[in-house]
Design a protein around this ligand. Structure first.
Ligand code: TXA
Ligand code: MG
Length: 367
C-alpha cells in the first residue's frame, strides 16, 4: 500500500508551500522545508524556486526519483538532469575528478547561475545523467533552494519545472499549470530574478566550452579561466551548420509557443514598420497577432496583443520578461508572433539563443 501511494499517478493533491525568499525563514517555513526535504529523501518530487527558473527536484542519487522526474515532465530520458548542491564539500562524492578550472569557476560564480559539466562518479546513477558518463552540477544562490538541498540530503536533480517543450516557469502559477497533481509539492517563492536558465560550461574539454548561454557570459568566464569556446549551435540552426548541440536538451525544440514566432532584425524604425506591416497582413488573414516589443518601441506597434518585454538598455529586464510573455501569448491564443531581435553580445546571447529556439530559427530582415 505504502509503495502504491508513492506512485506518480496516485498523487492527486500537490501541496503548495509559500515561502518569502529573503532567507530568514519563519518557524512554519522551516517546518515546511523540512517536510519538503523528507518528501525528496523518500523518493518524492518537489518544485522549488532558484535564482534562474523554478526547478523540479528529486533525489539525484536515486534512479527512481530521476525516472519520476522524466515522467512528470514528459521529457525524453536521454536528456540529462542538473544535480544541485549547497556546498563545495558535496562535490567530490559525485564527480570523478575536479579540474583546477572548476575550482576557479566555483570560487567566482557559486553559488549562482552557472552549471559545470564534469566526469561523474559511480554515486550518480545513469538515470540522472541520461546515460552519460558526465554530470552537470550547479550550486544555486536562492536561499530556498539552498535550504531545500540541505534538508534533502545534499543532492537534488532538477530540470526546469515545466512540461517538456513549454517555456521554463518563472512563477509558481506556471509550475502548477504544468505539474499540479503530478508532483508532491510546489514551493512558491514568488517571481524569480533572472528568468533564464543557468549558463552551462563543459569542463571535460580543453578549452572549456559553453553549451548553453546564460547570465554568466563568455566574457565573465574568460576573465577567470582564460580561453573559452562556445558551441556554434547556440546561435545557429544545428541543421544548417551540420552539427548537433552538445547539451542533449538543446537539440529539442524547447520553449515553443503555440503561435508561430518570427524574429525581425534591422534598424529601429525599419523593424517597427516591418512588424506593423506584417501584423496588419496577418490580421487581415484572420490571425491573432502578438508583438514582443522593447520599452523603447512599445507605443509604436499596432497588433492584437503588444507586450513590453523591457528596455534595451537593461537586458536583465528583457530576460526576466521573456518566458512569461511566451506563456501569456499561449493563454491568449495568439497565432502569429513578431519579436524584435537583440544584440548577441553579453547577456544578449542568452536572450537570442532562447528566442531563436522558440522561433525555430525563423529570422527576417526588415528593409
Ligand atoms: O537554471 C537552470 O539550470 C535550471 C534550474 C532549475 O537550476 N535547470 C535547468 O535544467 O534548466 P534543464 O534540465 O531544463 O536543462 C538542463 C540542460 C539540458 O539542456 C541538458 O541536456 C543539459 O543541461 N545537460 C545536463 N547534463 C548534461 C551533461 N552531462 N552533458 C551535457 N549537457 C547536459
Ligand atoms: Mg528545461
Amino acid at each position: 500500500m505504502e509503495q502504491h501511494q508513492n506512485q506518480l499517478t496516485d498523487i492527486r493533491n500537490t501541496r503548495i508551500l509559500r515561502i518569502a525568499s529573503d532567507g530568514s525563514f519563519s518557524e512554519a517555513e522551516q517546518a515546511g522545508l523540512r517536510e519538503a526535504g523528507r518528501m525528496i529523501r523518500e523518493g518524492g518530487l518537489v518544485a522549488f524556486p532558484t535564482e534562474t527558473v523554478y526547478g523540479l527536484g528529486g533525489d539525484a542519487l536515486n534512479p527512481d526519483s530521476s525516472r519520476k522526474i522524466y515522467a512528470a515532465k514528459g521529457r525524453p530520458s536521454d536528456n540529462p538532469l542538473i544535480v544541485h548542491i549547497a556546498q563545495m564539500e558535496a562535490l567530490p562524492r559525485i564527480v570523478a575528478d575536479i579540474p583546477q578550472a572548476a575550482v576557479m569557476l566555483a570560487d567566482a560564480f557559486w553559488p549562482g547561475p552557472l552549471t559545470m559539466i564534469l566526469r561523474k562518479s559511480d554515486a550518480v546513477p545513469l538515470a540522472t545523467t541520461g546515460g552519460l558518463q558526465t554530470v552537470a552540477v550547479r550550486m544555486p544562490s536562492h536561499p530556498v533552494a539552498l535550504a531545500l538541498i540541505r534538508e534533502s540530503g545534499g543532492y537534488i536533480a532538477a530540470p526546469s519545472a515545466n512540461t517538456s517543450g513549454k517555456p521554463s516557469p518563472t512563477k509558481a502559477v506556471y509550475v502548477a499549470e504544468d505539474l499540479n497533481g503530478k508532483i508532491d509539492m510546489i514551493i512558491d517563492g514568488g517571481e524569480l530574478g533572472i528568468g533564464l536558465e543557468s549558463t552551462i560550461v563543459d569542463l571535460t574539454v580543453e578549452p572549456p566550452q559553453i553549451l548553453r548561454p546564460g547570465y554568466v557570459t563568455a566574457e565573465m568566464l574568460s576573465r577567470v579561466v582564460g580561453e573559452v569556446d562556445t558551441d556554434v549551435t547556440i546561435l545557429q540552426d544545428g541543421a544548417d551548420c551540420g552539427q548537433a548541440p552538445k547539451a542533449p536538451g538543446m537539440k529539442y525544440r524547447h520553449y515553443a509557443p503555440k503561435g508561430e514566432l518570427t524574429l525581425v532584425q534591422g534598424t529601429r524604425q525599419a523593424v517597427v514598420d516591418y512588424i506593423n506591416r506584417k501584423a496588419g497582413e496577418a490580421r487581415m488573414a484572420g490571425e491573432k497577432v502578438g508583438v514582443i516589443a522593447t520599452a523603447e518601441n512599445f507605443a509604436a506597434y499596432d497588433a492584437d496583443c503588444v507586450k513590453n518585454i523591457g528596455s534595451r538598455e537593461d537586458e536583465a529586464t528583457v530576460a526576466r520578461g521573456l518566458y512569461t510573455i511566451l506563456r501569456e501569448f499561449d493563454d491568449e491564443q495568439v497565432t502569429r508572433i513578431y519579436s524584435e531581435a537583440f544584440e548577441t553580445r553579453g547577456f544578449g546571447q542568452a536572450i537570442m539563443n532562447r528566442l531563436l529556439k522558440a522561433a525555430g530559427h525563423h529570422v527576417e530582415q526588415a528593409e
